[in-house]
Design a binder for this molecule. Sequence first.
Ligand code: PMP
Length: 427
Amino acid sequence: MGDTQALLARRERLLGKNTSIFYETPVHLVRGEGVWLWDADGKRYLDCYNNVPHVGHCHPYVVDAICRQASMLNTHTRYLHEGILNYVERLLGYFDDSLDAAILTCTGSEANDIALRMAQAVTGKTGVIATNFTYHGNTTAVSQLSTRMPPVGGYGGHVRHVPAPDSYRPLGGTSGDVFAAAFTAEVEKAIKSLEESGHGFSALIIDPFFANEGFPDLPKGFLTGAAEAVRKAGGLLIADEVQPGFGRTGDNMWGHQHAGIVPDVVTLGKPMGNGHPIAGVVAGSDTLNAFRKAFRYFNTFGGNPVSCAAGMAVLDVLEQEKLMANAKYVGKYAKDGLLRLAEKHSVIGNVRGSGLFFGAELVLDREEKTPAPEIATRLINEMRKRGVLMGKLGIHQCATKIRPPMPFTTENADLLIGTLDDVLTAL
Ligand code: PMP
């Protein structure tokens, strides 16, 4: 504890106040392997939170690929190198044929920043639509879209927010077609408003899995109407795959495939290099060329040979270890476990998600569906004490965020569900 206080004080002195940190008693991690993490006292934690170490913490195959390339050459993309070409070619193989070119960056924020500028280059307009409970990154342009920390001076006139879909409390008061039509109508209204404002409409940017919004269970075809409205108005549909990408939902490689839409631009990040900072934007070559013509663009570290080796190794491990199929099987197994807990603990109002991104929404009463964010906070702190790391998120900040590394097993799921049961009983 003394050590924790000293580290916290040093952190605040060196990194500033209000630097994000998890848990009432923060965890001091020193080592990771697979789905496990160890703190400085040697205590082991089951990682049910981190999607960046996608194929498992410190996967030896990825570490080896990084080390080998780092000891051979690392430079930027103004020289010829086959690493970036081999990687982009391989990556594009997982997309619809219309998405046939890519730009590599270092963060998801940069990728989304580029996506917005691609939409500007193609349409000549600047208006952007996002949901009212989203996060797409930390550059000046994309932080304009975040509703959690509104920008200084207010939102630019070019931004419109539409209500984030909430399958537990669907817009229009019912689920299915009415819910989807209500979302489409909001998008159409926002497009009209942007057109009337003089900014014009350039893009709708969404995470097709709506992860930060609380991963609602959406009916098939939910986004079809919104996608049609975007195309009709001459705008671009940007899918932010930073969270659902790379097979996490279990049934598809990408969240937009899970949602049944083909976007114009796709942005990637977090899991792409298993912790190594690689991210990117995938688009049709016409869109990408329009962007290059308008802005050129160079990113010193984006697409360097070491990053591409890391990205390639992640794809290799995903395939070799059949991790997407694992996400599907283990995700369903764990979700069934949560559903059993819901029979016993009335605080669980709703269980949802797909593959290895699932969770429970906690409520004070099931009738009124009153959100229970304080209980969610207590729950994740108790879980941490018992050696299971997870988080909370969503519009009401009361949905558990369970998004473990992809090699998560049914035994790991048993430990998660058993510990949740103990904590919910104690609460
Ligand atoms: N998009 C989404 C949906 C995210 O959740 C995040 C990060 N949490 C980002 C973009 C930004 O990615 P990065 O932190 O790599 O800039």
